[in-house]
Design a binder for this molecule. Structure first.
Ligand SMILES: Cc1cc2nc3c(=O)[nH]c(=O)nc-3n(C[C@H](O)[C@H](O)[C@H](O)COP(=O)(O)OP(=O)(O)OC[C@H]3O[C@@H](n4cnc5c(N)ncnc54)[C@H](O)[C@@H]3O)c2cc1C
Length: 431
């Protein structure tokens, strides 16, 4: 979208292909999964976002192949038919998918949170688990249904664990047969720290805050098995431990969209361990100056898989293509401007590291809120999110407590099949 917005100002025709009809603002996904925000508030439609550009065509379709020599993308459209889309310039920005580190079978027993549908399915599961606990006949079953294990203590795991702890406190007033405040939230990671990419002081702050909130941190614990009743971990000393939880949330692994490998193989470019295609300094494919890969699907000097590099690359590639089309000199190589990173922990606590300055607690949370509302697409969405946050603070409740699934299937399999995207190369490893 960053590329399309910039490109659209030039004398070009643009086709934006996506298999979803919305632009997802991933940093607030955890708020959909825990019922603070409604799905649409963080996902404006792509058509609406690009409506002012009459030279942009939006196509709801799944890209399944790329022919670099012929200059076309193979897509499967909403009519179920295969089509070819010819291009003069190609920008691949198909993002990332879940990775289970070679244990794809764990996908059937855990809830990932990468897409909007997955976040809504997770919300259904969390709310259903409390309902199930409330109806359970013995304390043991109640305990299991109010136990949540999160695998992966990066920003997503930390944010979700903190919000689950907050939610457990807030649900206390709505459930009279169980004590939701005793919900057991376990955050598991193979590494020695939560928020490993942050400076040590911020890591320590996050660790303390989560512990005070009642989150059980299991660090240095490598997940070796996941099933419907919990997670088995192995410590560095080789001892195994079992963490019982009827809801396992997968926030650990990530791999590039399969289209990255496809493009890499077609161009003879290097594809790294996580499936990212290596690009030149100008984000172009070696030997194919009119094909670019940007964002999570590309490896540009090992930049992290974050929104900021993705957007900056989008703007850069648009500038480059416009210069080529206009016969102007090309801009120099892409340079990433690091704007820092942030993670939220609770409604009043966060950590932030930007331009050599570290913040924690309420000041970081205010900075976090400002940045995230600022980056959300559309003024309507920004106003809506601010109103929701004000409501959540004032009422101490989460507004979105609807269980959307028609069939409350507590084994979870029915719902997980329902949210899986159609088969094909665009599908992630987890499915
Ligand atoms: C839960 C979560 C929280 C995050 N929090 C942060 C954060 O706080 N800060 C931050 O900087 N980054 C964060 N990120 C990372 C950030 O979202 C990504 O780095 C960023 O979105 C990458 O942009 P992208 O354009 O490469 O891919 P994406 O934004 O993932 O977009 C890829 C698009 O391609 C489409 N697509 C994929 N395959 C196909 C196909 N075969 N055919 C058609 N369309 C296809 C998808 O539908 C999607 O719309 C978070 C990610 C997640 C999952």
């Amino acid at each position: 979208l960053a590329a399309a917005h910039r490109l659209a100002r030039g004398p070009v025709d643009i086709t934006v292909v996506d298999r979803t009809n919305h632009h997802l603002f991933s940093p607030l996904l955890y708020q959909v999964a825990t019922g603070i925000l409604a799905a649409g508030e963080i996902a404006p439609s792509i058509r609406k976002t690009l409506r002012r550009h009459t030279n942009v065509r939006v196509t709801l379709a799944e890209a399944t192949g790329i022919d670099l020599d012929a200059g076309h993308v193979q897509v499967c459209g909403v009519d179920g038919q295969a089509h070819r889309l010819g291009y003069d310039y190609l920008i691949l920005a198909s993002g990332a998918v879940d990775s289970y580190f070679g244990h794809d079978q764990w996908a059937a027993h855990s809830y990932p949170m990468k897409t909007l549908a997955q976040a809504v399915a997770l919300r259904d599961r969390i709310l259903s688990a409390y309902e199930r606990a409330a109806e359970a006949s013995d304390a043991h079953a109640q305990r299991d249904w109010t136990s949540f294990a999160l695998v992966g203590a990066g920003p997503t795991g930390v944010e979700l664990a903190g919000q689950l702890a907050t939610m457990a406190r807030q649900l206390h007033r709505q459930f009279h047969t169980i004590n939701t405040e005793q919900a057991r939230i376990t955050l598991i990671d193979a590494g020695p720290h939560a928020l490993a990419a942050f400076p040590a002081t911020l890591r320590a702050h996050a660790h303390r805050s989560l512990t005070v909130m009642g989150v059980d941190l299991r660090l240095g614990a490598q997940t070796v098995d996941v099933d419907d009743t919990g997670v088995t971990v192995q410590t560095h000393h080789g001892a195994t431990d079992r963490i019982s939880a009827r809801t396992v949330i997968w926030t650990a692994g990530e791999a590039a969209s399969p289209l990255g490998r496809l493009l890499g193989e077609a161009a003879g470019a290097t594809v790294d361990r996580t499936g990212r295609v290596a690009v030149n300094a100008d984000c172009g494919l070696p030997g194919h100056p009119r094909a670019f890969a940007i964002g999570d699907v590309a490896n540009h000097n090992d930049l992290p898989g974050l929104a900021e590099p993705a957007m900056q690359q989008g703007w850069y590639v648009a500038r480059r293509i416009r210069a080529q089309v206009a016969g102007r000199p090309q801009p120099g190589p892409f340079r990433y401007r690091d704007l820092g990173t942030m993670a939220t922990i609770s409604p009043t606590d966060a950590v932030a590291d930007a331009f050599g300055v570290t913040l924690s607690g309420l000041p970081a949370k205010i900075a976090w809120a400002g940045v995230h509302v600022g980056f959300l697409a559309g003024w309507g969405n920004r106003a809506g999110v601010l109103a929701r946050w004000a409501g959540a603070v004032a009422t101490h409740t989460h507004a979105e407590q609807v269980i959307l699934s028609d069939r409350v299937e507590f084994g979870g399999r029915v719902r997980r099949q329902a949210v899986a995207a159609p088969g094909g190369v665009g599908d992630g490893a987890r499915r």
